[in-house]
Write a new protein. Structure first.
Lengths: 345, 804
């Protein structure tokens, strides 16, 4: 009997070893350890044994059972692991295949520039003033020290609706309107972005419709050096800390003194190249101290209040920043153009 | 204004300052120098030659064989194609080895069998623009006066060894439309002296007043008229140096008399006009407004019809010049002219500007009058001109001038304090520095306890108030020397308004779904202006449009976006998804500003999703765009306030269009572009919407409030309802929601079936209803009670039958 049990143990373990899958292993478990299995069969003959041998044989039978069963367990773990590996292997994908595209649009480049400038000045305490695109001649010209018949009106030939109504030629009317609303009191700090219109034939560098951003600060004791400092902050944040600014005297009817601001050329660092036409400087914006007539017309005491204003063209800034070479691209909205402005710098 | 560097040296010592350095200094202190042109750039080896012999080229009709003395041991043979070359002429010769503009190198050549050792040059070949070449030489070579020396450098004889600064003048700096004005400016910048011309005139015993009578009727337009008479002039070419300077300044030489008037115009900024005295037809000048319909033929041979707005110079009856703009052909100085009447006058800028505009005629004279001339130079310029007429045209100057003078010239006197200057600029300039700056500008200044009183010369008409003086001080002090400061004083909170913030949220959201922001034109054609308008109104029209395509202001954005779609489809961009946020204009008649409203419009076409290798592909449809809008309303907390109502709108598919209502108010539409319109515009299936954005961004929204996370499970029941084809899902949904009351948390459509297994005219819509009580776990009985109510309601109100 003892030998038979050992034999069975040997036989079972060999079968376990040979099993190739979990199913076979289970069959082995049932056939050796089941109620009708050979060990049970062997134990049935226990009745013939002496009382002394019976517990020994019982213990042996249990031992054989345990050995077989742990053998099966071990094998099961191996087979299970194999099965997992096999499944994983069968699930392998080509990770270099392209992912599912996610739809995503983006800002128009001009909006991108405008928001960047807005945010920059919001950080300096400015608010955003928006107003009508169809303006009264009064706000567009007269309140800005451009009376009827003023030669500088030639500089910006306009789209009139009637004698007194026109498409605004700059966003400066919002300056006059905001000052008027503030009833002669300071401080005023605003940025006025928006569309403007001039009688120009559309070509690579002209557009009858374009964007403008203007800024205005009015308070007691506003100095020209404040304008210079503000523009310096703007230029460095917008174009890079290594940029320098230069102010040149200029003329606008609504400011006195008037200046134009250049920034040092990024390509040649001020030494002169094609981009800056050899001058080392690139013209960015016009600015100046608010003309006393403009202050007075808006209800400010020009002996007490001073202010500065500046204005620039987002089209030009986008051209300089991104190298866009034709202003018409901004208004034809070719998807291949628009798509290029999705990246966050 | 073109400023010759060499000419400028007559008035200011430029020693040690090159043209480029000068340009930089001028730019920095006030006037932008747009460029410096080197007139003799790329020219080498051009000398004066003397044509000794000329004969017809033996083998070519149009060529001449010339023997030319170029100042060397032997004369050389040159083949020349110019029709006007002839024996005895002094000409410009590019010798063998010479270089002409465009790196054109002159070599020994053989032309039709004859050797040519160089080239006889036209002015164009020496870099002069055709429009600046005197008419008689514009088709051939230039012929020098006989007194030039053979072998000398031809370029310097022509005064073209020079550089020209191009000044970009702003309208306030009309003073620099003259060499003297520029001289004052440069002298101030360099801190050097100005040398002024000092005309010396010898007159005859005859008096000008015996020859001419001047009457001015329009004193306001013409407060000062000065006439001088010059006899016995000989018309001929002006000296080479003068021609050179005129060409450098962009003026074509004509003859000595005309050239002298132009020269003095450039020098003093004072327009002059020379009449042929004998061709005037009278001994009288009468200045008056023209009569309506009166005509004049101007020097450019154009017949011009005049109105009362125009000022004319007449001979007492007929116009002989359009005052301040251009002379008349009838009294033009010609080669046989012997007596000249010289006019130097002060005309009012506005009058001249009007005439110049009306006739589309801008002349050197009119552009100066428009911007304002120096009243104190009217007589000086006349003196200078007659001095030159005596010198270079052999004229005899009659004594005196005939004048009408009602002009009151008073220089502006402006006072300012040192404190004001420093507080506006933000500097600590001293009183001495300020005085020194005014002195450099040649402004008369007195100071008293740091208050300066400045008498501004009449040449600087742009300076009238304190701020003008501040600018003069600031620019000559140098903007580079200004400190950089930031405004001090009360701080202001910088932020976007709620509206501006929401607009940015909408932009970001729409772009997140895949739409690109477009920006299109507000001006459009009559036909497109009101297409798809949310509210019909007569479009606002431009008084003088540049083209029909851009003649009206838009009432809607959509037509422009469809153009964008069309443009892209035509360029192989097959899938287009764009939106625009912009203004539309609702007219209120031409005398009032229109009402401006902010709209949002979008257009999508082509594929919405494409994931090719996994076989996923989704064309755009109505529900793609609707989903985007639903998401937008949800983002703004308005999802429960929005309703879509089936409707028909012109230009949209009648079965695929909805009007959108926000809190019961119509705010826009969504739909498919009508197939006929799609075809007209070459579009594919395109879905669009246009909304009154400002209504959406200003709608009342309840503030964001936290809601407890459910502690109890919810129970879901699905139902499939069979209804008539025409029954809207939205209607069923509202019935279900109403009947479901507070326990019904959600009712979602999850299936739609219209097919062969349905009775004709019927469809099945399946809803998933989720019941939930935040207070406790719902029992089956509680749910069933409500659910039955729902089933009853849909049956009763919509004739819906539960699908078996």
């Amino acid at each position: 009997m003892q030998e038979r049990l050992k034999e069975l143990q040997q036989e079972a373990l060999e079968a376990v070893q040979k099993a190739v899958d979990l199913k076979e292993l289970n069959e082995i478990r049932v056939s050796y350890l089941g109620k009708k299995g050979p060990i049970t069969e062997v134990l049935k003959g226990m009745g013939k044994l002496s009382a002394e041998e019976r517990p020994k044989m019982g213990a042996l039978a249990n031992e054989v059972r345990d050995i077989i069963s742990s053998g099966i367990e071990e094998k099961q773990k191996v087979l299970e692991e194999e099965a997992v590996q096999k499944k994983l292997a069968s699930e392998t994908i080509d990770v270099t295949l392209p992912g599912r595209p996610v739809n995503s649009g983006n800002h128009h480049p001009l909006t991108r520039i405008i928001e960047e400038i807005e945010d920059l000045f919001i950080g300096m305490g400015y608010t955003i003033a928006e107003g009508p695109e169809v303006e009264k001649d009064y706000y567009n010209f007269e309140a800005l020290n451009l009376p009827k018949g003023h030669p500088a009106r030639d500089m910006q030939d306009s789209f009139y609706i009637s004698e007194e109504i026109l498409l605004r030629t700059h966003t400066s009317p919002m300056q006059a309107r905001t000052m008027e609303k503030n009833e002669g009191k300071g401080p005023v700090r605003i940025i006025c972005p928006g569309k403007v219109y001039r009688r120009d034939n559309d070509d690579a560098t002209h557009s009858h419709q374009f964007m403008q951003i203007e800024g205005l600060v009015v308070d007691e004791n506003i100095r020209m050096s404040d304008l210079k400092g503000t523009l310096d902050v703007f230029a460095k944040k917008m174009f890079g800390d290594d940029r320098e600014i230069r102010l040149r005297p200029s003329f606008f009817p609504f400011t006195e003194p008037s200046v134009e601001m250049d920034i040092s050329c990024k390509i040649c660092k001020g030494h002169g190249c094609n981009v800056c036409k050899g001058t080392g400087w690139i013209e960015i914006l016009g600015a100046g101290m608010v003309h006393p007539n403009v202050l007075e017309m808006a209800g400010y005491d020009s002996t007490k209040y001073t202010g500065f204003a500046f204005g620039m063209g987002p089209e030009r800034i986008a051209m300089l920043k991104y190298g866009v070479d034709d202003i018409r691209h901004y208004y034809t909205n070719d998807i291949r153009f628009l798509k290029q402005f999705s990246m966050h710098e | 204004m073109f400023v010759s560097y060499k000419w400028l040296q007559e008035y200011v010592d430029l020693t040690g300052v090159t043209a480029d350095e000068l340009a930089e200094k001028i730019t920095k202190s006030g006037i932008e120098v747009e460029g410096v042109e080197v007139l003799n750039e790329g020219i080498k080896g051009v000398v004066i030659g003397h044509v000794l012999e000329r004969e017809q080229h033996p083998n070519a009709d149009k060529l001449n064989k010339c023997l030319v003395d170029v100042g060397e041991d032997q004369p050389v043979q040159i083949i020349c194609g110019a029709p006007n070359v002839d024996k005895g002429q002094k000409v410009a010769v590019a010798k063998v080895g010479a270089v002409l503009p465009g790196n054109f190198k002159i070599k020994k050549a053989k032309l039709r069998g004859e050797e040519s050792h160089g080239m006889i040059c036209s002015l164009q070949e020496l870099g002069v623009e055709t429009k600046l070449v005197a008419k008689e030489y514009s088709e051939g070579i230039f012929v020098f006066p006989g007194n030039v020396t053979v072998g000398e450098d031809a370029i310097s004889e022509l005064n073209r060894d020079d550089q020209v600064l191009e000044l970009g003048l702003t309208p306030n700096r009309a003073d620099c439309l003259s060499m003297l004005g520029v001289a004052y400016e440069v002298a101030a910048i360099l801190g050097r002296d100005v040398k002024l011309p000092n005309p010396e005139v010898q007159t005859t015993s005859e008096k000008a007043s015996d020859y001419i009578k001047v009457t001015v009727e329009a004193n306001e337009d013409n407060p000062l008229y000065v006439a001088k008479v010059i006899k016995n002039v000989t018309i001929g070419p002006s000296p080479l140096w003068m021609q050179g300077r005129l060409m450098a300044a962009g003026i074509r030489p004509h003859n000595n008399v005309v050239d002298i008037t132009n020269y003095v115009l450039l020098e003093y900024g004072q327009p002059l006009h020379a009449f042929d005295y004998d061709r005037l037809g009278s001994k009288e000048i009468l200045v008056r407004r023209a009569k309506n319909g009166e005509e004049i033929v101007t020097l450019d041979d154009a017949k011009r019809t005049l109105t009362e707005d125009h000022l004319v110079i007449t001979n007492g009856s007929e116009p002989v010049a359009l005052a301040g703009v251009m002379g008349g052909a009838n009294s033009e100085v010609q080669s046989d002219t012997t007596t000249v009447l010289l006019e130097s006058a002060y005309f009012k800028g506005l009058t001249i500007r009007g005439a110049s505009k009306d006739h589309g005629l801008r002349s050197e004279a009119s552009s100066r009058y428009e911007k304002g001339i120096d009243p104190n130079r009217v007589r000086l310029a006349a003196e200078r001109a007659v001095e030159m007429l005596a010198l270079y045209a052999g004229g005899e100057i009659l004594e005196g001038s005939v004048e009408v003078d009602t002009l009151k010239v008073e220089p502006a006197v402006v006072s300012i304090t040192l404190e004001k200057i420093n507080s506006v600029i933000g500097t600590t300039i001293t009183a001495d520095e300020v005085i020194s700056i005014f002195e450099k500008l040649r402004f008369e200044v007195t100071s008293d306890n740091e208050t300066f009183t400045v008498t501004v010369p009449t040449r600087r008409g742009d300076i009238t108030i304190e701020e003008d003086l501040i600018e003069e001080v600031a620019r000559l002090y140098g903007y580079d020397n200004l400190p950089k400061t930031l405004p001090v004083g009360a701080s202001t909170p910088g932020k976007l308004s709620a509206y501006q913030q929401k607009r940015r949220v909408v932009r970001k959201y729409l772009e997140g779904t895949g739409l690109f922001q477009a920006v299109t034109y507000s001006l459009t054609s009559e036909a497109k202006a009101a297409q798809y308008a949310l509210e019909q109104r007569e479009p606002v029209a431009l008084a003088m449009p540049m083209s029909e395509d851009r003649s009206k202001l838009r009432l809607s954005i959509l037509p422009q976006l469809l153009e964008v779609v069309k443009y892209n489809l035509a360029r192989q961009n097959d899938s287009v998804s764009v939106y625009e946020i912009g203004t539309v204009f609702l007219g209120k008649g031409n005398e009032e500003q229109p009402e401006e409203r902010e709209h949002m419009a979008a257009a999508i076409t082509g594929l919405w999703n494409l994931h090719q290798w996994q076989g996923e592909k989704k064309e755009v449809d109505f529900f793609v765009l609707k989903g985007i809008l639903e998401g937008m309303f949800a983002k703004l907390g308005l999802q429960t306030e929005v309703e879509y109502r089936q409707t028909a709108i012109e230009g949209l598919h009648p079965g695929r269009t909805a009007e959108i209502y926000l809190s019961g108010k119509k705010i826009g539409f969504i739909g498919q572009v009508h197939p006929t319109v799609q075809k007209e515009l070459d579009l594919k299936e395109t879905y669009v919407c246009e909304l009154l954005l400002e209504a959406i961004l200003t709608a009342d929204v309840s503030p964001l409030q936290y809601e407890a996370i459910p502690k109890y499970p919810s129970i879901t029941r699905d139902i499939a309802l069979v209804v008539d084809q025409g029954k809207a899902a939205g209607e069923l949904e509202s019935i279900i929601k109403e009947a479901g009351g507070s326990l019904l948390k959600e009712a979602k459509v999850f299936d739609l079936y219209e097919g062969e297994h349905m009775e004709p005219g019927k469809k099945s819509i399946a809803f998933s209803l989720r019941y939930f009580n935040p207070e406790k776990t719902l029992t089956d009985e509680e749910v069933t009670k409500v659910h039955d109510k729902v089933l009853h309601a849909v049956e009763e109100k919509a004739g819906a039958v539960l699908r078996g």
